[in-house]
Write a protein that binds this ligand. Structure first.
Ligand code: FES
Ligand code: FES
Length: 156
């Protein structure tokens, strides 16, 4: 078994990496590319802290092998803002005080941003459904759901 050169596309930028066939996307993001927004929580697909978007769909980076993601479009939390301008979802999280320790928040933002793209005015139920795979150990769900709905209210 040997390292492979993989051309990843992350936040709109080509990022060639070397990965063993067993290296997860999460390992490559955090350990090779220093993109540490995606968090290593359970590392077994349960908590959602590692969630990134792959071709626009939320995906567990801890369960995704980097070598399988060549030329797929990967978005991490670092790619949500435009320079120093927060996305509408990030802004809503700030305004609603939806962040406690912050560990789950990058995954929450990634899942919620995918929802908002497909459903610009989500209901509370829609928001809860979209975030069902993202766990918050601080149990700050009420403010998080409020933030997702606020981002929808601000959408055109
Ligand atoms: S770290 Fe990936 S789901 Fe928990
Ligand atoms: S804010 Fe602490 S785990 Fe969610």
């Amino acid at each position: 078994m040997s390292e492979q050169l993989v051309s990843l596309s992350i936040n709109g930028r080509a990022r060639p990496v070397r990965a063993m066939p067993f290296h997860t996307l999460l390992e490559v993001l955090r350990d090779q590319l220093q993109l540490t927004g995606a968090k290593r929580g359970c590392n077994q697909g349960i908590c959602g802290a590692c969630t990134v978007q792959v071709d626009g769909q939320p995906m567990r980076a801890c369960l995704s092998l980097a070598v399988n993601l060549a030329d797929r479009e990967i978005t991490t939390v670092e790619g949500l803002a435009a320079g120093r301008t927060l996305s509408a979802m990030q802004q809503a999280f700030v305004e609603c005080g939806a962040v406690q320790c912050g560990f789950c928040i990058s995954g929450m933002l990634i899942s919620a941003s995918a929802l908002l793209r497909d459903n610009p005015h989500p209901s509370e139920d829609d928001a809860r459904q979209a975030l069902v795979g993202n766990l918050c150990r601080c149990s700050g769900y009420a403010k998080i759901i409020e933030a997702v709905c606020r981002a929808g209210e601000a959408a055109p």
